[in-house]
Design a protein. Structure first.
Length: 67
């Protein structure tokens, strides 16, 4: 879906952010070459991909995204 949206809307994925709370979200963002932000909700699952940033509350996102 990310790549389909990129083509349709001419999105620069390297300048885009993908925010998610599951490892699959971060994996999709990494594969699309987006900046990834993982919101750690303490789910009982292993984070299989390394996010660009890791936060524990959504309001901390403003320190990462400043534009």
């Amino acid at each position: 879906m990310i790549l389909k949206a990129q083509k349709k809307y001419k999105i620069n994925l390297k300048k885009s952010y993908l925010v998610g709370d599951r490892w699959r979200d971060i994996g999709a963002g990494n594969k699309a070459k987006c900046v990834t932000i993982f919101i750690d909700k303490k789910y009982d699952e292993k984070l299989s991909y390394k996010p660009s940033y890791k936060i524990d509350r959504l309001n901390k996102i403003f320190s990462i995204i400043r534009h």
